[in-house]
Design a protein around this ligand. Structure first.
Ligand code: NAD
Ligand code: WQD
Length: 348
């Protein structure tokens, strides 16, 4: 018989060519949604022949479905408006926006803060303007555990204060956008925003065709370890072994990209159901913390190679430990992470 149509049919995905976006796009296509991606390709590989992002070509090849891509910057209101108008002309109007587009390097944000505020904060203002003009008032926002700043208690739940101790422009930009969405939702009751506070996303698609492979020196632990494993870098520097944690190294709540992507589908389903209104933040993490050395050990076991490392000084701005209470997402969205550290270390 006919499958029931999902309540959300057409999803516009900003930053859909990126790491988290492209994995989510695969799930959206698999779920039967119409997908429109807007990405300025500032942080993705462009396929020379088609001039589309490589990740999106692969997402379509993996699923056997098509999406619509626009190489547009979210700060370009006129171009973005045209995308919304075209979408409503060719398919039907956009039901909801998944908003991934942002710059995300903590260190770079300290060098060029205005570029980060323009892209992440002003970019979101432009997006909201165009959405409002087109009467689209549903958004799922890619937020971050960074909005909690320095944890006052662990595990972090959604009631933990935000914005205090956000030490870098990137983190502040993620916090500012949450505040904007909160104010928007209280001013206009038609708006619904689900803010997904990701903990530390890692891992790759099971096909081996999608993942995170930064061209520059990786800032984040997992891609760095992966590059050491394949011999592209000689050794890992472990930033500090004198934190008040089990083995002295930093503890984080790593979450598999596949689980994270799944969380966005649950959020979309919840978006149009009854009893959800205003601004809703949800942690997306496993609720379990792992130290740097635990990650090194797990990775080493997964690839059967030793990962050489040395203890280095603490990295400025780092916190000792961060992990979440993931029960709200379970209760409200019916979502829980399934994959453990071992699976996160499997890079095909
Ligand atoms: P990513 O860099 O892989 O993806 C972001 C995408 O957005 C890229 O394809 C980039 O080209 C695009 N983009 C950037 N600025 C744009 C603009 N002005 N207009 C149009 N497109 C633009 O990053 P990611 O890891 O996939 O992160 C996605 C979102 O998740 C970001 O909002 C990030 O802040 C958030 N987040 C990421 C992590 C993480 O560790 N990866 C953790 C927490 C939150
Ligand atoms: C993890 C642990 C490091 C690299 C960052 C952003 C955060 C969020 C996710 C988006 C820490 C240690 C790392 C290395 C190391 N992004 N480490 N050697 O700092 O928890 O979070 O990415 O919102 O906002 O700040 O992630 O992967 O950089 O570090 O020892 O070469 O690994 O000190 O304890 P982090 P990370």
């Amino acid at each position: 018989g006919n499958d029931p149509k999902p309540p959300v049919e057409c999803v516009l995905v900003t930053g859909g060519a990126g790491y988290v976006g492209s994995h989510t796009v695969v799930k959206l296509l698999e779920g039967g949604y119409d997908v429109v991606v807007v990405d300025n390709m500032s942080n993705c590989t462009q396929n020379e022949k088609t001039s589309q992002p490589e990740s999106l070509l692969r997402a379509q090849a993996l699923t056997g479905r098509r999406l619509t891509f626009y190489g547009v910057d979210i700060n370009d209101e006129a171009a973005l408006d045209a995308v919304f108008k075209k979408a409503s002309f060719t398919t039907h109007s956009v039901d909801c926006v998944l908003h991934f587009a942002a710059l995300k390097s903590v260190s770079e944000s300290c060098q060029i803060p205005m570029t980060y505020y323009r892209n992440n904060v002003a970019g979101t203002l432009a997006l909201v303007k165009v959405m409002t003009d087109n009467n689209v008032k549903r958004a799922v926002y890619s937020s971050s555990s960074t909005v909690y700043g320095t944890p006052q208690c662990l595990p972090l739940d959604e009631g933990h204060p935000t914005g205090q101790g956000c030490t870098n422009p990137y983190g502040k930009s993620k916090f500012m956008v949450e505040e904007m969405f909160k104010d928007l939702c209280s001013a206009d009751k038609c708006w619904r925003v689900i803010s997904l506070r990701y903990f530390n996303p890692v891992g790759a698609h099971e096909s081996g065709r999608l993942g995170e492979d930064p061209l520059d020196t990786p800032n984040n632990l997992m891609p760095y370890v992966a590059q050491v494993a394949v011999g592209r870098r000689p050794k890992l520097r472990v930033y500090g072994d004198d934190y008040p944690t089990s083995d002295g190294t930093g503890v984080r709540d790593y979450i598999h990209i596949d689980d994270l992507a799944e969380g966005h589908l649950r959020a979309l389903e919840r978006m149009f159901s009854a009893g959800l209104d205003g601004f809703r933040p949800y942690n997306l993490g496993t609720g379990k913390g792992h130290s740097v050395l635990e990650v090194v050990q797990a990775f080493s076991e997964a690839c059967g190679k030793k990962i050489p490392y040395e203890i280095a000084p603490r990295r400025e701005g780092d916190i000792a430990a961060s992990y979440c209470d993931a029960s709200l997402a379970k209760r409200d969205l019916g979502w829980a992470a399934k994959k453990d550290l071992k699976e996160m270390c499997k890079f095909l």
